[in-house]
Design a protein around this ligand. Sequence first.
Ligand SMILES: [Zn+2]
Length: 252
Amino acid sequence: MSSTVDSPGDAARQPLIALLSGAGISTDSGIPDYRGPNGVWRRDPEAEKLVTYDHYMTDPEIRRRSWLMRRDGPALKARPNAAHEAVARLARSGVPVRVLTQNVDGLHQLAGMPDRKVLELHGTARTALCTQCGARTPMADALARVTAGEPDPKCLDCGGIMKSATVMFGEQLDPEVLGAAVTVAKSCDVFVAVGTSLSVQPAASLAGLAAEHGARLIIVNAEPTPYDALADEIVRDPIGEALPRLLADLHP
Ligand SMILES: [Zn+2]
């Protein structure tokens, strides 16, 4: 398990709750589903190029448009909603909680979840990184350079191409983050999948893994998912109402 993530071991007296969140938890915060099968990017091939690694790395015009898309998009301005806050509240109450998220918006942490308890499977849009030397910088700083007139800001350390610290199409998930998520899925007692169609792999398979290892699987999603047959409980109600209620019931 990653050293940046708390070991659930010491808290074994209390059931460990894993929460896998997808785009649906952030729609109440004004962020549309970008990456899902019916997401913004998948429906628009030109937009998809902006977040596809090969296009991004080889075409300066794609990079220019990609930075503008990040600057003008809703992700960095968004605020956590009732669902993010309910998760953070549960963690604050002393219940061992780990968040595995397919989202890159950082809203779980803004709601108060400690960084070390959040595994961002697809990275974070709040950071930019250098593809050459790996240097990381706040996305806000990179975007300020865009606004100041640099169409494609380069790494200040080495001059390399910078990109959002998100996993683009054509990139692999960070094996360390995925490995830590697998460990959580195998060891948790309750696995709540919320706002995810459970169709983007390998993140979706975490739900199946948790169920195989004996976790109670709860799916909170408006639409059916491929894992519904494995679920102990399925909730179709709006997430902003359903999740706070559900998590309050899990509180000791
Ligand atoms: Zn660099």
